[in-house]
Ligand binder design. Structure first.
Ligand SMILES: [Zn+2]
Length: 412
């Protein structure tokens, strides 16, 4: 296991001793005080770094750059998801290469299992008896599943509008679920207060530094699968910002330890009705204060329906360091992307999971992504979690009598 050198505040840059604080820099507080786990990168660059094949294919093989060892992990698999090449669509779009990182294939159906795996392992290492988080749905179902595997109690706060499939997962995993009559942002604040009062270990995005440590392994897997050649662009949807920050950090770390020569320009894709991180990034570029980052939260893509992104500062800093940026797409484009991804690639994503494809079309049309570029889209959540979310405009299949003539008629 790679023992971290320290936990560094994203806002003020102060580095605390590893594990000295569970969550935030006490001087900077929420959002500004997110802590980043730092390793001895120069030592790895000098001495070389190897990722041994431990156990099954999972994120635990990146042990040297993880803060907790596999001995604390629960048996549920995390990481080791496929990277699919889409040569036909790449050609159609004028790209030099196009890949999907299919993180829908996780035990609970979303990329959140990466951050959860590391967070739950950390909780076990620290001896924390109970877990909790606020979530739009995916981080919640992820934590509930991993807590069940760990055999520890789990307390979940979701907005009452969370899709029923995600709530069904929570109930099935046996979590104690609070459906909050309010927005995700209100559920988040309530979870914070409850964790403080009852001493639960909080997995919420932007709060717990372990989450990004898991999220970054998606970038490790992509780079490794491409032979340590990074793509030109990497696109991922953005709600709180912890996933995009993790992916950008992962590519940054690989370059710092000398495994890759560069980083892709990482682009965060938001919904037009919930684009507070994109707006924060625009302020950064104008030289204005990034925080506070707040805005409206209206989109069909429930996983990125966030008005007060809790990891906004880390997200804009990490993305800016890659030379990337943010874009925002409309719900209609997101629904189109769900259907295109399903029909062209056989990957059924939830709306937020397909949003990067909509973002790609937007960035190509603007000329931000040039012809010939090599692009990876991170597909973050399964369509089975919100099966109706991406089907707008599609016809429901007709019901026919059990009769071959009816089949012939239906075929026209
Ligand atoms: Zn600070």
């Amino acid at each position: 296991m790679g023992e971290p050198l320290g936990f560094r505040c994203v806002g003020c840059g102060r580095t605390y001793r590893p594990w000295g604080h569970d969550y935030l820099c006490p001087d900077c507080g929420p959002v500004a005080g997110a802590l980043d786990v730092v390793y001895d990168y120069p030592a790895f660059a000098r001495g070389g770094i190897e990722f041994p094949r431990v156990g099954k294919s999972s994120l635990w093989r990146y042990d040297p750059l993880l803060p907790v060892g596999e001995e604390f992990a629960v048996p549920l698999r995390s990481g080791g998801t496929p990277l699919y090449a889409l040569p036909h669509l790449a050609q159609e779009l004028g790209l030099g290469g196009l890949w999907l990182k299919d993180d829908t294939l996780h035990p609970t159906g979303s990329c959140k299992d990466r951050g959860t795996a590391v967070t739950v392992a950390a909780a076990r290492r620290l001896g924390r008896p109970a877990l909790a988080c606020a979530s739009t749905g995916n981080a919640a179902s992820s934590l509930a599943g991993f807590a069940a595997a760990a055999g520890v109690p789990c307390y979940i706060f979701v907005p009452k509008g969370a899709p029923s499939a995600k709530v069904a997962q929570l109930v099935a995993y046996g979590a104690t679920v609070f459906r909050v009559d309010g927005t995700y942002d209100e559920a988040y604040t309530l979870a914070l207060a409850a964790c403080e009062k009852f001493g639960w270990y909080n997995r919420s995005d932007g709060q717990n530094p372990m989450v990004v440590e898991g999220n970054k392994t998606a970038a490790f897997e992509v780079a490794e699968e491409l032979g340590w050649e990074v793509p030109d662009f990497a696109l991922v949807s953005v709600g709180d910002g912890s996933v995009v920050a993790g992916i950008a950090k992962g590519f940054r770390e690989l370059r710092m330890v000398g495994l890759t020569d560069g980083v892709p320009a990482v682009y965060g894709v938001q919904a037009e009705g919930a684009a507070a991180v994109a707006e924060a990034h625009a302020r950064l570029r104008r030289g204005e204060p990034v925080l506070p980052a707040r805005g409206e939260a209206r989109t069909i893509a429930d996983s990125i329906r966030v008005g007060e992104p809790r990891d906004a500062l880390r997200a804009v800093r990490e993305v800016a360091a890659t030379g990337g940026g943010f874009t925002a797409v409309g719900d209609r484009e997101i629904v189109g992307a769900v259907q295109e991804l399903a029909r062209r690639a056989g990957v059924f994503a939830e709306p937020s999971g397909a949003a990067p494809l909509a973002g790609l079309r937007r960035l190509l049309a603007e000329g931000t992504i040039p012809r010939g570029a090599r692009v990876v889209l991170f597909i973050t959540g399964s369509g089975l979690k919100d099966p109706q979310g991406g089907l707008a405009g599609l016809q429901e299949p007709p019901v026919i009598p059990p009769d071959l003539r009816a089949v012939e008629e239906a075929l026209g």
